[in-house]
Design a protein around this ligand. Structure first.
Ligand code: UT7
Length: 372
């Protein structure tokens, strides 16, 4: 018995930005971007809100609209959805949560809704969280919410946290949403195992600050820099400066910035070891062998990371779903969008054994092993 994916969907903005178009904005080129990343173009939301994208992906996963990679075999009743989890860094608002906005837009009267931030590993964390809530409700005497059907959505408008003058980051990311409907089925394997891990990112190799508006904050004189006495320059940076994580100029700069920053090579090194570790651990926990696996759906950060993982694991590259070419890195949405692609392209079939794997800021990593 297990939490089974019964529907998938994705939605991407209509506007596509090619590498050539980017080369007119920053000092970059198709010749640099394609071999380093595998990205040819990325969808960028010019008109769509995160709620628009997430709701469209969800409607497909629910079978309410055509275009699902995996359409549910029966029509899903809105009242049967018990949970909406949205993984996002770039939702439309802080309050309400992105999940609450989607729940209201779709009209899901019985769902409890909340957001989850595990950066680019969000897809895996979201599925593992929903699965855990479903499994917990099976325990005899369980006195919490009974979750039997969940909508798990990754949605990002990374374009809103990019510095479009920084070629090291603005060429990498894209916008979009991916969704699945997860259902507890007594006779099915579904998600067979999960592995979640956090590695401290003390050097803030991947970060994006929060720029609070402190202009009305009345206690500036009382703000104290850790161990340094009264802060004479209270303001947005003063709030950041009190954070325990800020201990050098680099940290102060990235945590005070509203833009994503990344020390690419360090994150690359982390990602290549994390992807291999997560796949191996999820397999071990499921009691499966790599040879049993029909498809691997990874976070889409860089095609080179996927190729490295294939080589290290000794499996053909085409075992992996690669969607980055036209999607870019859509952070928490990317692996769910790729999952929908995998169903649509015929890489995944009913009954297949598969792995979804993610890694990203935090530093987060993880994988789930599941039967499709
Ligand atoms: O989703 C979360 C997880 N994210 C990841 O896993 C991403 C991991 N990192 C990466 O994928 C790669 O590190 C990047 C694709 C981000 C960068 O590739 P790289 O091979 O590590 O390049 P680099 O940062 O070492 O930069 C090499 C050169 C530098 O020039 P110099 O110093 O050698 O003269 C950069 O300034 O490439 C330059 N450069 C660019 N040139 C043209 C950096 N970005 C660009 C650009 N266009 N867009």
């Amino acid at each position: 018995m297990g939490a089974t994916i019964i529907g998938t969907g994705k939605a991407v903005p209509a506007f596509k930005v090619t590498n050539h178009r980017l080369s007119q904005i920053v000092d970059t080129s198709d010749e640099w971007i394609v071999p380093r990343t595998g990205i040819h173009e990325r969808p960028i939301a010019t008109a769509e809100t995160a709620t628009d994208l997430a709701s469209a992906a969800a409607r497909r996963a629910l079978g309410w609209e055509a275009g699902a990679g995996l359409a549910p075999t029966e029509t899903i009743d809105a009242a049967s959805i018990d949970l909406v989890v949205c993984m996002t860094l770039t939702g439309d608002a802080i309050i309400p949560s992105q999940a609450a906005l989607v729940k209201a837009r779709l009209g899901l009267p019985n769902a409890v809704a909340f957001d989850l931030n595990a950066a680019c590993a969000g897809c895996v964390y979201g599925l593992a969280t929903a699965q855990s809530m479903m499994a917990a409700a099976q325990a005899p005497g369980w006195a919490g919410n009974h979750v039997r059907r969940a909508l798990v959505i990754g949605v990002e408008r990374m374009s809103r946290i990019l510095d479009w003058t920084d070629r090291a980051t603005c060429v990498l990311f894209g916008d979009g949403a991916g969704a699945v409907v997860l259902e507890w089925r007594d006779g099915a394997t579904g998600i067979a195992s999960s592995f979640l891990k956090n590695t401290d990112d003390e050097a803030l190799t991947l970060a994006c600050g929060k720029n609070y508006d402190m202009s009305s904050f009345p206690f500036g004189d009382e703000m104290v820099l850790a161990g340094e006495g009264p802060d004479a320059t209270a303001g947005p940076q003063a709030d950041v400066s009190r954070d325990a994580i800020v201990h050098d100029d680099h940290a102060r700069a990235v945590m005070g910035s509203p833009f994503i920053s990344m020390t690419g090579q360090k994150v690359f090194k982390f990602a290549t070891s994390a992807i291999v570790e997560a796949i191996g651990t999820a397999l071990d926990r499921a009691g499966w062998e790599l040879a049993d696996i029909d498809a691997i759906v990874p976070h889409q950060a860089n095609e080179r990371i996927i190729r490295y993982a294939a080589k290290k694991l000794g499996v053909p590259e085409d075992l992996f779903q690669v969607s980055i070419g036209t999607a870019g890195n859509a952070s928490a949405a990317s692996a769910l969008m790729a999952l929908d692609d995998a169903w649509r392209s015929g890489k995944l079939h009913a009954g297949d054994k598969a792995i979804m794997v993610g890694f990203g800021g935090g530093l987060t990593s993880g994988a789930i092993a599941f039967e499709a």
